[in-house]
Design a protein around this ligand. Structure first.
Ligand SMILES: Cc1cc2nc3c(=O)[nH]c(=O)nc-3n(C[C@H](O)[C@H](O)[C@H](O)COP(=O)(O)OP(=O)(O)OC[C@H]3O[C@@H](n4cnc5c(N)ncnc54)[C@H](O)[C@@H]3O)c2cc1C
Length: 688
């Protein structure tokens, strides 16, 4: 068949790319071996009919959960058949592109037992879990409480006589709720419950709780389980988010995970050496989410960039030299500066997410290595960092997925873009693993402690909080201004970082002052909650600072001959990466400009030159946009998008997809005889 104009447009755009796409892909995914392995895994999934996506748009929740279970069990088989590791499992989940009932088995059940169980407990539970002889979920949230862990109403009371725990849902609102995998699939759960020993409350702890018989899958007596029903935007529809009520249900004492806190046969409680030691598994889940956001946002911008390259509207000339792109044709909408200024910053954000995902994972691994030898020095910072990053990254990534839909105009609203499904899958990430607003209090609390350290022992401030030292001399700090004199000065990473550091330092000291003064104001005392808006601001400001820093460092490393070869890139790629890094930093400043202006750090003239610089960088990326998204290396199976497929044949694919709509199997629709005909004939025959 002849090549359509759409296909020609996308192919032509690829001829303009200034760098080697393969080289950029290797840089993004940490080397050629990783790229090959990811492709191999995605291909495994793509070939298997159980993962076919053709009818997904028409599945209701009940059918979808059944499909989700079929997919889950096949996934488990593939993992065992090919002896795949956790990273490969995560890639399989990426390829499957939906949240399955089994996802928390590897994502939470196993990591929680591994990080919080004793050697004996790990020996008991992990081998059967790895062989899927038991399948687990993670049960913390209840009908009445989620964020406030300390007020969970599920209790575990120690029964000394029988050496057991009695798990009980003490009220109607104590029912576990939202638990992924619980509604239909799982045989076990790690359950958060408050422990009571001889009437004394020792707070929430974690238990391995058998839920369903391993013979016939019936819930054990004393447990009532079910599915909580369909969810917003039809998202998570293959996931059996479930509820459970426990009625004085007994489990052995050593089902409590006792690596840190312990309860002896005599009922003697030993508290953990550090109150936050159990946070390791939370840090893991939040760190993984950063990497996931990189994959999700980059998918959305791949689809929109390709479609906007082949979409044409109006004959408006644009300043991009496009005579060869649009010979006698309407303008490609990607040439409009308005479109570019909405789209390209999100491409840059995707690159920043890739960098942040890698650093966050390295921080997690470093933390766990330290913890295994009893070193808890990094715990507070890594916990705060993963909380701040999770909140910030999931917020802008989800907003970016929706913006990608809007960028595509009317067709963007079709299910066949692949973006509707992506949005429904990503949007709850703003809520689970910690509500994005509540979570920012963690970073704020951490920084307040660092402010105290900066004042008393400045040499002990951790590297990422070093900016606090800038504010120690308050009068000098308040006179500091940005050094930009020429527009090109904005392209200096040191200038960019100085701006972010100044803003973070100011916000942190302002919060610290407000908390201190609020406490002293006896007539009108302020509570911690009164400061939560400022907590959100400083937490997101800190997250933006480290994201900018990490992308700058990744680009620097890319052309440093001493860097591992997997993290290096060719000069042509580095040139574009520098633009991407500049766009990411400067666009982030531009969208938060008030924070940089309100203490006079930027002058009005600097604000204007910043905006001009952002526009100039955006325009300079026009020829590379398609290459930058191709480099994410998302295959068509993964994108599942008529508009964003790699060949660009958007209209043909959209047409073909619409033909698969079941309504179109009949010339006359169901309901004609019942509804339409009676209305048409109600007042007699009308002759055409
Ligand atoms: C798709 C999905 C899957 C999930 N899977 C699981 C699972 O597998 N296992 C599990 O245990 N849980 C799961 N959850 C539950 C999830 O972890 C919680 O819903 C989440 O942590 C938010 O807690 P919450 O529901 O108590 O929100 P709430 O805390 O009730 O939040 C309600 C509102 O109050 C605000 N708010 C609350 N406290 C404060 C405060 N101190 N200051 C200011 N504002 C505040 C919040 O910002 C929010 O706007 C899942 C949830 C979803 C949506």
């Amino acid at each position: 068949m002849a090549e359509s104009q759409n296909m020609k447009d996308l192919a032509h755009a690829r001829t303009k790319v200034s760098f080697d796409i393969k080289d950029m892909t290797n840089f993004l995914h940490g080397g050629e071996a990783n790229v090959e392995q990811r492709r191999y895994i995605i291909d495994l999934i793509a070939k298997d009919p159980v993962f076919n996506k053709d009818d997904w748009g028409w599945l209701n929740h009940t059918d979808a959960v059944k499909r989700g279970i079929a997919m889950s069990t096949r996934l488990a088989e593939i993992k065992m058949e090919h002896d795949l590791n956790d990273l490969d499992f995560a890639t399989m989940m990426e390829a499957i592109d939906d949240t399955l009932p089994i996802v928390l088995h590897n994502g939470a059940f196993i990591p929680v037992i591994t990080s919080q169980g004793t050697e004996e407990q790990i020996e008991k539970w992990i081998p059967p879990a790895e062989k899927f002889q038991i399948i687990g979920c993670y049960a913390q949230t209840e009908l009445g409480h989620g964020s406030n862990l300390s007020q969970l109403e599920t209790t575990a009371t120690f029964v000394k006589e029988t050496d057991e725990w009695e798990i009980n849902s003490t009220s109607f609102t104590a029912a576990k709720w939202w638990i992924g995998g619980l509604g239909a699939l799982c045989t076990h759960a790690v359950v958060q419950a408050r422990i009571f020993i001889e009437g004394k409350d020792y707070g929430a702890h974690v238990f391995v709780v058998p839920l369903r018989s391993l013979d016939d899958h019936r819930p054990f007596p004393g447990i009532e389980i079910g599915d909580i029903g369909p969810k917003a935007y039809n998202g998570f529809n293959k996931m059996d988010n479930g509820f459970a009520r426990f009625n004085k249900y007994r489990i052995p004492r050593d089902n409590m995970l006792m690596r840190f806190s312990k309860v002896s046969r005599e009922g003697v409680y030993t508290k953990p050496p550090h109150s936050k030691l159990a946070y390791g598994s939370m840090v893991l889940l939040r760190s993984v989410l950063i990497k996931q956001m990189a994959l999700y946002l980059s998918r959305a911008v791949t689809v929109s960039t390709r479609y906007l390259t082949v979409r044409r509207q109006f004959n408006n000339p644009t300043s991009r030299n496009d005579s060869d792109l649009n010979p006698g044709l309407e303008t490609q909408v990607i040439n409009y500066p308005m479109v570019q200024n909405r789209l390209f910053p999100m491409i840059a954000q995707s690159y920043a997410l890739f960098a942040a995902g890698s650093v966050m994972m390295e921080m997690y691994i470093g933390l766990m290595t330290g913890l295994s030898s009893g070193n808890i020095a990094a715990l507070a910072e890594v916990h705060a960092m993963s909380s701040a990053l999770k909140s910030y990254c999931t917020t802008f990534a989800v907003a970016g997925v929706e913006e990608s839909r809007k960028l595509m105009g009317g067709h963007g609203f079709s299910y066949f873009t692949g973006i509707a499904h992506l949005f429904a899958s990503t949007v709850p990430s703003n809520t689970y693993e910690g509500d994005n607003y509540v979570l920012t209090q963690q970073m704020a609390r951490y920084l307040l402690k660092e402010v105290k350290t900066a004042r008393t022992e400045p040499e002990k401030v951790t590297p990422y909080s070093k900016y606090l030292l800038l504010g120690l001399n308050r009068s000098a700090f308040s006179r500091t201004t940005c050094s930009v004199a020429q527009p090109d000065d904005w392209l200096n990473p040191a200038v960019q970082l100085a701006a972010f550091e100044h803003r973070c330092a100011r916000l942190a000291y302002e919060l610290s002052d407000a908390v201190e003064q609020g406490g002293l104001d006896t007539a009108n005392p302020k509570t911690w909650s009164d400061h939560n808006i400022e907590c959100y601001r400083i937490s997101h400001a800190h997250a933006q600072y480290v994201m900018v820093l990490w992308l700058i460092q990744a680009v620097r490393d890319a052309h440093n001959p001493e860097t591992d070869v997997e993290r290096r890139a060719e000069p042509a790629s580095v040139k574009v990466l520098e633009r991407i890094s500049n766009l990411h930093a400067l666009h982030t400043i531009q969208t938060n400009l008030a924070d940089f202006v309100e203490d006079g750090y930027f002058s009005p003239a600097q604000c204007q030159s910043l905006r001009a610089q952002v526009k100039a960088i955006v325009a300079s990326l026009a020829d590379d946009a398609v290459g930058l998204v191709d480099a994410f290396d998302h295959p068509d199976f993964l994108l599942n998008s008529a508009l964003g497929a790699s060949d660009g044949d958007a209209y043909k694919r959209l047409w073909d997809k619409a033909q698969s709509e079941p309504l179109n199997r009949r010339q006359v629709c169901d309901g004609y005889e019942e509804y339409i005909r009676p209305l048409l004939k109600k007042h007699g025959e009308f002759k055409l």
